[in-house]
Ligand binder design. Structure first.
Ligand code: PHE
Length: 340
């Protein structure tokens, strides 16, 4: 039968003598491990004469609980002390500035695209995503450009090794996809996305660029609607006081076709250079959807009419922020990207 009071005194004295965590753990094993003294003393309760058994058991349990509590307390205290020791030894300077995490941001093109989406959303236009890999039929023929049509020269095209499969040269083929999907419903969508042209890369042209196409079709859509929509858009993006000018132009898939200019603030020191002295800047091509294109989309040109426009948001961004080289957009130069 273990001498309980001696056991408790010894255990307490040894616990008090522990000076680090390792010593505490060794103490714990000695008294509470598989062969630990307290554990063995508890097991001995069966050997105690029946009249003393109850008192022995109660005392052994009390000692066990109180030693465990003392050990837990000592362990917590020792950890705090260890932390204090290491803090004072390593001389942490809490006044030093922290390490900053570099913050990313949206690409300037993404920001402009979202601004454009927002404006057209307010005007009731939904976004329609159309494919970037197209076929010749949709990119040209159904847009009223049969093979060998001279207008095809307006777009130098990347062809793939599969005959008739190409990278879209503009977002206009998306018009055909939306029309065929939604006909005979009215349409009011914008079609944003990447386009590709085989061009000499200069400060004003890249082989890859974004476009935002617009398409509205209904039973009484007129040129006045086109004009109103584009004017509202331009004034939201460039400022309320902007004037919009429409010039007659030519696209095979619109009739009549126009090009849209905005006037440039005369007090801008870049105005002369940007507008080549004219005071006007081209921002998009547009027109009334050609009857043949309407028909190719499934609509009856006798009943339906529509307008379409197409713009290059990179060009627009260049105007808005006076960026003079279009190659900066996909150049991945952080010094450029950080400015927006
Ligand atoms: N697709 C034409 C281009 O790439 C722009 C355009 C779109 C013109 C819609 C008229 C109507 O230049």
């Amino acid at each position: 039968m273990a001498d309980l009071s001696n056991l408790e005194q010894r255990a307490r004295a040894e616990l008090a003598a522990c000076t680090d965590e390792a010593a505490l753990r060794i103490w714990n094993t000695r008294y509470f491990g598989k062969q630990g003294e307290v554990i063995l003393a508890l097991k001995e309760v069966g050997k105690v004469p029946p009249e003393e058994r109850r008192a022995y058991g109660q005392e052994a349990n009390r000692i066990k609980e109180s030693l465990i509590a003392a050990y837990d307390g000592a362990l917590v205290k020792e950890k705090e002390l260890a932390l204090e020791r290491s803090l004072s030894a390593e001389g942490l300077d809490v006044t030093l500035p922290g390490r900053t995490t570099p913050r990313g941001r949206l690409h300037v093109s993404t920001r402009i695209m979202r601004e454009i989406y927002g404006i057209f959303a307010d005007l009731g236009f939904q976004i329609y995503r159309s494919r970037e890999v197209e076929d010749d039929l949709t990119n040209f023929e159904l847009l009223n450009m049969p093979p060998h049509h001279p207008a095809r020269d307006m777009w130098d095209t990347f062809h793939t090794t599969t005959p008739g499969v190409l990278l879209r040269t503009h977002t206009s083929p998306g018009q055909i996809h939306v029309m065929r999907e939604l006909c005979p419903e009215p349409i009011r969508v914008i079609l944003p996305g990447m386009c590709y042209r085989y061009e000499a890369i200069t400060t004003r042209s890249e082989i890859q660029f974004q476009q935002v196409e617009g398409l509205a079709i209904g039973t009484s859509v007129t040129m006045a609607d086109l004009k109103g929509t584009i004017t509202a858009f331009a004034q939201r993006l460039f400022g309320k006081e902007r004037q919009v000018r429409f010039r007659s132009s030519y696209f095979p898939f619109t009739e009549p076709s126009i090009e849209v200019d905005i006037d440039w603030p005369k007090d801008d020191p870049n105005a002369d250079r940007l507008t080549k002295g004219t005071g006007w800047l081209e921002i998009m091509g547009a027109g009334m959807v050609h009857p043949i294109v309407l028909k190719n989309g499934g609509y009856d040109p006798q009943k339906h009419s529509g307008f379409a426009f197409g713009m290059g948001p990179q060009r627009i961004t260049m105007l808005k922020y006076a960026i003079d080289d279009i190659r900066l957009f996909w150049g991945n130069d952080v010094r450029f990207l950080e400015q927006f």
